[in-house]
Design a protein around this ligand. Structure first.
Ligand code: NAP
Length: 196
């Protein structure tokens, strides 16, 4: 972990669940963490519960990942105030159960899942990668995926969740090629989690 001391990790959806746990582990391990979520007060509470030295390395930022401008602003702040993104943990993933793809009036759910699980990944990875590339830094892009999100028979009524997690698998492959083709040593890793 020596190489990562005081390096900057951006974690999406960090105010609860898996994202909050990852952010806490990274700050404890000595990294500077930028925690993104919509509930800023929740992020501030998490910060207050950290040890004093860790609090200084934990930066909460209000960011709705379904809003591209929020994403751009958050990464621009990291660039200006912290020098750039060294690690991205793209944990963002919305799940909405009990609505089928063929149900009428399901547009809201479809937009939310695609915006969070696919488009937000594309926007966050783009911003993080370009920060790493311009500094010639061999950073890491980690995308949280789902094992169950690849098996539609286990999740009837999960509408766009399963297609979105297949998209994440394909995106991670694409990133591996694009990062190498761009002549960088940035690594793309996808972690497929099993249902908790
Ligand atoms: N939990 C599981 O069993 C499981 C299994 C396999 C894979 N996964 C994957 O793991 C990842 C995290 O899952 P999780 O279960 O920890 O999620 P979760 O408990 O539902 O986490 C929700 C978090 O996401 C934030 N969030 C939701 N919408 C947001 C938005 N538009 N912009 C910014 N933040 C947003 C929420 O904070 P705010 O409300 O403050 O924004 C909260 O911090 C997902 O990619 C999921 O697909 C989970």
């Amino acid at each position: 972990m020596e190489r990562w001391q005081n390096r900057v990790a951006v974690v999406t959806e960090a105010s609860s669940g898996i994202g909050a746990a990852i952010a806490a582990d990274l700050v404890k391990a000595g990294l500077v963490v930028v925690a993104l979520a919509r509930r800023e007060t929740r992020l501030q509470e998490i910060k207050k519960a950290l040890q004093a030295d860790q609090q200084q390395r934990y930066h909460p930022i209000k960011c709705d990942v379904t809003n591209e401008e929020d994403i751009k602003k958050a990464f621009a702040w990291v660039e200006k105030d912290l020098g750039g993104t060294d690690i991205l943990v793209n944990n963002a993933g919305a799940f909405h159960y009990g609505v089928n793809l063929v149900d009428s009036d399901n547009s809201g759910v479809i937009h939310k899942i695609v915006d969070t699980n696919v488009k937000a990944v594309a926007f966050c990875v783009r911003e993080a990668f370009n920060s790493m590339k311009k500094r010639d830094f061999a950073g890491h892009v980690i995308i949280i995926n789902s094992v169950a999100g690849h098996t539609s028979e286990r999740f009837p009524g999960a509408n766009m969740y399963i297609p979105s997690k297949h998209a994440v698998t394909a995106m991670a492959q694409t990133y591996r090629h694009e990062f190498a083709h761009a002549g960088t040593k940035v690594k793309s890793r996808v972690l497929a989690l099993e249902l908790l």
